[in-house]
Design a protein around this ligand. Structure first.
Ligand code: HEC
Length: 184
């Protein structure tokens, strides 16, 4: 789990720098940060980039649905069910499930992946896999694998700078685990 969190750190850091207009001189190298700082930084990055919007199941809060703290980043719940949809509408519409962990559109149905440190998440991924996944939109970051489906915004993440992997950041992956990514 520790290893995965480290990998995730790197990946999130990359994204942060891709999305941030912060000048290069403000970057802090990983070596200069304690583990606690990296975790805090990663939590911050995941939150502001919005990975939870799609990758975390929701619970009802005072302002409506909010990421369920017990299932953060665990993706589309394995025991959820989707309502029937009139596919003739999908030529001109894309729809989300109520908790935003599944989406349907002209491409078919996509299910937000489990990004936890569980083996069924990204716990067994290498750093290179994660970076390839984010940069090239490759499923599981493997050479020759299928392209990632919408609405995963990987083309945005693909603009990450090369120096970003050395930057700080660590995602606090949820530990829900045990979910499979289901794809059509
Ligand atoms: C707008 C919704 C959305 C947002 C925001 C989003 N994702 Fe995704 N993501 C998805 C969907 C849907 C998939 C599944 C795509 C597929 O299977 O083709 C996915 C797939 C992935 C995968 C690939 C998993 C695999 O098994 O190959 C990774 C890794 C990932 N997302 C990481 C992230 C991270 C990290 C963030 C935040 C920085 C993020 N995503 C933000 C919707 C989103």
């Amino acid at each position: 789990m520790k290893i995965m969190k480290k990998l995730f750190t790197v990946a999130i850091a990359i994204m942060a720098f891709a999305c941030s207009p912060a000048p290069v001189q403000e970057q802090v190298s990983t070596e200069q940060l304690s583990a606690e700082h990296q975790i805090a930084r990663g939590q911050y990055l995941v939150n502001v980039i919005g990975c939870n919007d799609c990758h975390s199941p929701k619970r009802m809060g005072p302002n409506g649905p909010e990421p369920d703290p017990g299932r953060l980043l665990s993706g589309y719940p394995h025991d959820a069910s989707l309502a029937q949809v009139d596919t003739s509408e999908l030529r001109s519409w894309a729809l989300f499930s109520p908790d935003l962990t599944a989406a349907v559109g002209p491409w078919g149905v996509s299910y937000a992946a489990n990004l936890t440190s569980d083996d069924t998440g990204i716990g067994l991924w290498t750093e290179a896999q994660f970076i390839k996944c984010m940069r090239e939109g490759k499923y599981k970051g493997l050479e020759g694998s299928r392209p990632l489906l919408p609405p995963m915004p990987w083309p945005n993440f693909a603009q990450m700078t090369d120096d970003a992997p050395k930057a700080d950041g660590l995602a606090a992956a949820g530990d829900a685990g045990g979910f499979e990514v289901k794809l059509l």
